[in-house]
Design a protein around this ligand. Structure first.
Ligand code: ATP
Ligand code: MG
Length: 420
C-alpha cells in the first residue's frame, strides 16, 4: 500500500457530521445581514502581495510572519493567500467604482490563511465573516456595527461575550502618542524582547499588541493613547458610548486595545469570551478612515469588523443550542429487477413534490436495506416489492412510531409524508 497523504497542518476538513452547525451558522448570517441591509461581496482568495503589505502594514505580525506568499512562475508576480478580507474588499470596491453610487454596506465570508502555530481556536486556514461599511464617517455606523453583533450573538444562542472598546484617535494624536511611547519604551529597553526592539522605531504601537507574558507589565504601564487624544476623536468616542448606553449595550473601555493591523484609527473594538480558553476574541474591528486612500481611492471614511467562524461555532456548541441535523423525508427500498422502474418513478414523483428522498442503491436484501433506512434518520421508509408492483401501490412504513405500515398510492404517500 502507498503511504497516505495527510492534510496540511492547521488546515481542517469539515466532515459531513459537522455540516449542520456550519449550515445553521451560514443561514443565520444570511438572514441577519438581510435584516440590516448589508449586501454580500465575494472576492478572490489570492491577491497581489502589495495589497496586504500596504494596507495591513509592513511591521505587523501578519505581514512579517504569517502570510502565505508565492511567486507566479509565469510572470514573476508576488501573490498571497488572503490573510484577511478588508483589504480585498476595499480593492474590489475601488476597482468596480462601487462608491460612485454612494456609501456601501457590505459583507463577505470565507477562508483566510495565516501561518501561525496551530492550536485550539487558531488554525492556518480559518474562516471569517467580515462586515464593512464604507463611506460613513459618524459614530452612528460604529454603533450600528456593534449593536448588530450583539443581535447576532442572540440569534446564535451565544452568551457570556463581553465588548471592549477603545479609540486610537487621529493620525496626529497617534504621532504624539508614538513619541511618548518611544520615550517610555527606551527607558524600559531591558524588558523588551527581540521583536519589540526591532519594532521600537518602526512601529512602537505594535509592541502593545504583543502576547509575550514577560512584557505585559511594561505594556500595562505604557502611556495610553487616550492621554494624547485629539478633540474630534474624543467627541466621536463619547458619542459612540452614548449610543451604546442608550441601546443597552454593555461595554468596557480597554485602553490596551490596539489591534494587530495598522489601518485602524479612532474606534476599535473586540468581543471577547472566557469560555474558549486562550483564544477568546471572537470578533474584532474598528474604523479605518485612511485605508481607502492608501489603496488608491479618494479619501473615504469606513468602519468594519471580522469574526472568527471556528471560534464562534465552538461557542455555539458550548452554549448547548439545539440545532437539528437535517434528515431525509423518506428512504426508498426495493428488491428485485422488476421493482427498479417503480422505484425510480416513485423517487422522481416524491422529489417533484418537494420532498427530500433517498433511493437505496447497491442492492441487498430487505432486512439490510431497512437497516439503512433506519440509520438515515428518516421518519418513513417506502417499500417497493413484487407484491406492491402487482397491486400498483407502495408501502409506507413509519420508522419512528407504533403505527406499522400502510399500502397507498403515490399521491397519498406524498401527502402522508408531508403531513397534510
Ligand atoms: P488574535 O489576536 O487571536 O491573533 P487577530 O487580532 O490576529 O486575532 P483579526 O485579524 O482581528 O485577529 O481577525 C478577526 C478574528 O478572526 C479574530 O478575532 C479571531 O476570532 C479570528 N482569527 C484570527 N486569526 C485566527 C486563526 N489563526 N485561527 C482562527 N481564527 C482566527
Ligand atoms: Mg493574530
Amino acid at each position: 500500500m502507498v503511504k497516505s497523504i495527510q492534510a496540511v497542518r492547521g488546515m481542517n476538513d469539515v466532515l459531513p457530521d459537522q455540516d449542520y452547525i456550519w449550515d445553521f451558522f451560514e443561514q443565520t448570517i444570511r438572514n441577519w445581514m438581510a435584516v440590516y441591509g448589508y449586501k454580500k461581496i465575494r472576492m478572490p482568495i489570492v491577491e497581489r502581495t502589495d495589497l496586504f503589505v500596504r494596507s495591513i502594514g509592513e511591521v505587523t505580525d501578519i505581514v512579517e510572519k504569517e502570510m502565505y506568499t508565492f511567486l507566479d512562475h509565469l510572470n514573476g508576480d508576488s501573490l498571497t493567500l488572503r490573510p484577511e478580507g478588508t483589504a480585498s474588499c476595499v480593492r474590489a470596491v475601488l476597482e468596480h467604482n462601487l462608491l460612485y453610487t454612494g456609501p456601501q454596506r457590505l459583507y463577505y465570508s470565507g477562508p483566510m490563511f495565516r501561518h501561525e502555530r496551530p492550536q485550539k481556536g487558531r488554525y492556518r486556514q480559518f474562516h471569517q465573516v467580515g462586515v464593512e461599511a464604507l463611506g460613513y464617517s459618524g459614530p452612528d455606523i460604529d454603533a450600528e456595527l456593534i449593536i448588530m453583533c450583539a443581535d447576532l450573538w442572540k440569534r446564535l444562542g451565544i452568551s457570556d461575550v463581553c465588548l471592549q472598546i477603545s479609540t486610537l484617535g487621529s493620525v496626529e494624536s497617534r504621532k504624539l502618542h508614538r513619541s511618548r511611547l518611544i520615550e517610555y519604551l527606551e527607558k524600559n529597553l531591558d524588558g523588551l524582547d527581540e521583536d519589540a526592539r526591532r519594532r521600537l522605531y518602526k512601529n512602537p504601537l505594535r509592541i502593545l499588541d504583543s502576547k509575550n507574558p514577560k512584557m505585559q507589565q511594561i505594556i500595562n504601564d505604557a502611556p495610553k493613547i487616550m492621554e494624547s487624544l485629539d478633540k474630534d476623536s474624543l467627541k466621536h468616542f463619547e458619542k459612540l458610548q452614548h449610543i451604546l448606553v442608550d441601546q443597552g449595550i454593555k461595554f468596557e473601555i480597554n485602553p490596551k486595545l490596539v489591534r494587530g493591523l495598522d489601518y485602524y484609527n479612532r474606534t476599535v473594538f473586540e468581543w471577547v469570551t472566557e469560555r474558549l480558553g486562550a483564544q477568546g476574541t471572537i470578533c474584532a474591528g474598528g474604523r479605518y478612515d485612511d485605508l481607502v486612500e492608501e489603496v488608491g481611492g479618494k479619501p473615504t471614511s469606513a468602519c468594519g469588523f471580522a469574526m472568527g467562524v471556528e471560534r464562534l461555532l465552538a461557542l455555539i456548541l458550548e452554549g448547548g443550542k439545539e440545532i437539528p441535523d437535517s434528515v431525509p423525508d423518506a428512504y426508498v427500498i426495493h428488491q428485485g429487477e422488476a421493482t427498479d422502474e417503480a422505484a425510480w418513478k416513485t423517487v422522481s414523483y416524491l422529489r417533484d413534490q418537494g420532498l427530500n428522498v433517498i433511493l437505496h442503491c447497491g442492492g441487498g436484501n430487505f432486512k439490510a436495506q431497512m437497516k439503512k433506512a433506519d440509520s438515515s434518520g428518516s421518519r418513513f421508509a417506502i417499500i417497493i416489492g413484487e407484491d406492491e408492483i402487482k397491486n400498483e401501490v407502495i408501502s409506507v412504513k413509519y420508522l419512528r412510531e407504533k403505527v406499522t405500515q400502510i399500502k397507498v398510492g403515490l399521491l397519498e404517500a406524498a401527502q402522508l409524508i408531508k403531513g397534510v
